[in-house]
Design a protein around this ligand. Structure first.
Ligand SMILES: *Cc1c(COP(=O)(O)O)cnc(C)c1O
Length: 504
C-alpha cells in the first residue's frame, strides 16, 4: 500500500497524519518470551482502572515513529535554523549554555513545596535576578510572577487600580497610543478600564501636546511602549510622564522592546512608574518557542506595597517568602513564576555582564539601522529617521505591480528566511516590520538584504510568480480566509486528500 501520491519533493518528505499510518499488529518494541503464565488484564486489574480500546490508534514500528516526528520537525523553522527577523518578537539566538544550566538536576528536581531552608540558593538566585532587572530598568522592586508580557501588563494595571483605591480614587480610563501592541488594548479592557487612543505624530511617536490634551483626573495611567512598535524611541517620554503625574496618573511602560535599551537607557529615570520585561525575548528564551514565558514587572518603590505575594525578603544571609503585605493584589500565578525561564535570564545576565548587555543592545540597534539604510531604496520607509532595534517598511513601491506585503513575506520563505512581522503596527498600511537582533552576522544580514533586493526586482519583472510563493516548501500558500473562517481544530477522521489540516 502506498499512502499519498508519489512526489519528487527530494528531501521535503510528504507526511500523512500518524493516524493514517501503520498497520495491524506493528509494534515499536519486542519483549523477550515470558516465563510466567499469561493472564488477561481484566482478571487482575479493577475495571475502572482499565482503559477502553482506542479506536483508530496507530500501530507502528519504532523507525516509522522516529521518521514521522523527525520529518515533522524538519518542516519547522526556528532561530537555530536561520534568520528570523520577526519584528517585535526579538527572535535572537539564545546561547545553549543557558539551556544547559536550566536543565541541571539541582534546578529541575526541586519542588515549590520544599521548605525554604532547603532552597536557599534558589531564593538567593531569584532575589538577585530581581535586583539585576531593577538595575537594568532603573526601578526599585521586581516581581518574577507574571508568565508573559501580557500577564505583566495585567499585573501592572491591577496594581495601579489598587494604588488608586488606597488613595480613595477610582479612575476609569487608560491612555494607549495607536502604535501599541494588541496586548495593551486587551489588558486595559480586561481590567475594565476604558481605552483612550493617542494618535502618534508625523514622526511616529507621541507628542506631549496630545497627552496634555487628553489627560484628566479620570485617567489612571498611560501605557507607553519604548522603543515603540515602529522601532522608534519615544523622545518625549520624560515630559509626557510629568504631564501624567501632574494629574495624578501613573506611567506604565511596555518594556517588551528592551533589547534596544539595555545599559543605555534606564526607563525609571524617564519617569516610568512600572515596566514589564519579556524575558522570553531579550533574556535568552525564544519568544513563541513553544515553552513558557516570563514577564517580570519592575516598579518604583511607591508601588511596591501592591506587588503580588509572596515577596522574597532577605534577612541577614537568609532568604524567605513573605506573605504579610496587606495592600498586595494577591497571587497572580501559581507559585513563583516560570522559574526555568527566569533561571536562563539569570545565567544570561551573569555571562554577559553589564558591558556585554550594553554591547548587545548597541549591536541590535546597529544591525537594524544597517538593514534599514540598505533597503530603503527598494522598499518604502514611512518614517525615515534612525531606528532602534527594528524598522518598518511597506509595500508601497510594489503596489503598482500588484505585489503585496504578504507576497513578499511568502517569497522570503522560498529563500529560506522566516518572514518579518507583517501588517503590524496597524497604523502603517502594508507594514513589513524587521528586527534583525544583535546575533546576526554581517554576512547573514547581507544575504537577507540581497534577497530582499532580488524580491523587489522579481516584483517588477515577474509579479505573477511572486503571488504564488512559496513554491519550494512543504506547505504552499494557504487559504488564510478559509483558515480563519472555518478553522479545523480537531482531527475528526480520515483526511481524504492527505492534506495538512489548516490548524491543530
Ligand atoms: C511581545 C510583546 C508583548 C506581549 O508579550 P507576550 O509575552 O507575548 O504576552 C507586548 N508588547 C509588545 C510591544 C511586544 O512586543
Amino acid at each position: 500500500m502506498i499512502i499519498g501520491k508519489i512526489k519528487d519533493n527530494g528531501l521535503i518528505q510528504d507526511e500523512p497524519l500518524i493516524f493514517e499510518q501503520g498497520g495491524e499488529g506493528r509494534r515499536g518494541y519486542s519483549l523477550p518470551q515470558w516465563d510466567v503464565e499469561e493472564v488477561e488484564a481484566q482478571q487482575t486489574i479493577p475495571p475502572h482502572l482499565l482503559k477502553e480500546e482506542l479506536e483508530g490508534f496507530p500501530q507502528m514500528s519504532e523507525v516509522d515513529v522516529v521518521r514521522h516526528f523527525t520529518r515533522l520537525s524538519q518542516w519547522n523553522f526556528g532561530v537555530d535554523s536561520g534568520f528570523y527577523p520577526l519584528g517585535s518578537c526579538t527572535m535572537k539566538y539564545n546561547p545553549k549554555l543557558n539551556e544547559e544550566i536550566a536543565r541541571m538536576k539541582g534546578f529541575t528536581s526541586i519542588h515549590p513545596y520544599q521548605p525554604e531552608e532547603s532552597v536557599q540558593g534558589i531564593l538567593k538566585l531569584m532575589y538577585e535576578l530581581q535586583s539585576f532587572l531593577a538595575e537594568i530598568t532603573g526601578m526599585d522592586q521586581v516581581t518574577l510572577q507574571p508568565a508573559a508580557g501580557a500577564h505583566g501588563e495585567l499585573t501592572g494595571l491591577m496594581m495601579i487600580r489598587a494604588a488608586l483605591k488606597a488613595r480613595g480614587q477610582k479612575r476609569r480610563k487608560v491612555l494607549v497610543p495607536d502604535t501599541a501592541h494588541g496586548t495593551n488594548c486587551s489588558t486595559s479592557t480586561v481590567t475594565s478600564f476604558q481605552m483612550i487612543e493617542i494618535k502618534s505624530n508625523e514622526k511616529g511617536i507621541i507628542s506631549p501636546d496630545q497627552v496634555a490634551r487628553l489627560m484628566d483626573e479620570d485617567i489612571a495611567a498611560i501605557m507607553v511602549t519604548n522603543p515603540n512598535t515602529l522601532g522608534l524611541f519615544e523622545e518625549h517620554l520624560a515630559e509626557i510622564a510629568q504631564i501624567v503625574h501632574q494629574k495624578g496618573g501613573f506611567v506604565y511602560c511596555d518594556g517588551a522592546n528592551l533589547n534596544a535599551l539595555m545599559g543605555i537607557v534606564k526607563l525609571g529615570s524617564l519617569g516610568v512608574d512600572m515596566v514589564h520585561l519579556n524575558l522570553h525575548k531579550t533574556f535568552s528564551t525564544p519568544h513563541g518557542g513553544g515553552g513558557p514565558g516570563s514577564g517580570p514587572l519592575a516598579v518604583k518603590k511607591e508601588l511596591a506595597p501592591f506587588l503580588p505575594i509572596p515577596i522574597i525578603v532577605k534577612e541577614g544571609e537568609t532568604y524567605r517568602f513573605s506573605e504579610n503585605h496587606p495592600l498586595s493584589i494577591g497571587k497572580i500565578k501559581a507559585f513563583y513564576g516560570n522559574f526555568g525561564v527566569t533561571l536562563k535570564a539569570y545565567a544570561y545576565i551573569l555571562s554577559m555582564g553589564a558591558e556585554g548587555l550594553k554591547r548587545a543592545s548597541e549591536m541590535a540597534v546597529l544591525n537594524a539601522n544597517y538593514l534599514m539604510n540598505r533597503l530603503k531604496q527598494y522598499y518604502y520607509l514611512p518614517y525615515d529617521r534612525p531606528c532602534m532595534h527594528e524598522c518598518v517598511f511597506t509595500d508601497r513601491y510594489q503596489e503598482k505591480h500588484h505585489v503585496t506585503t504578504l507576497d513578499i513575506a511568502k517569497r522570503l520563505i522560498d529563500y529560506g528566511f522566516h518572514p518579518p512581522t507583517i501588517y503590524f503596527p496597524l497604523v502603517v498600511k502594508g507594514a513589513l516590520m524587521m528586527e534583525p537582533t544583535e546575533t546576526e552576522s554581517k554576512e547573514g544580514l547581507n544575504r537577507f538584504i540581497e534577497t530582499m533586493i532580488h524580491i523587489a526586482k522579481e516584483a517588477q519583472e515577474n509579479p505573477d510568480f511572486l503571488r504564488q510563493a512559496p513554491q519550494r516548501v512543504k506547505v504552499r500558500r494557504l487559504d488564510e480566509v478559509l483558515a480563519a473562517r472555518k478553522p479545523k481544530l480537531r482531527w475528526t477522521g480520515k483526511n481524504p486528500n492527505n492534506q495538512i489540516p489548516s490548524s491543530q
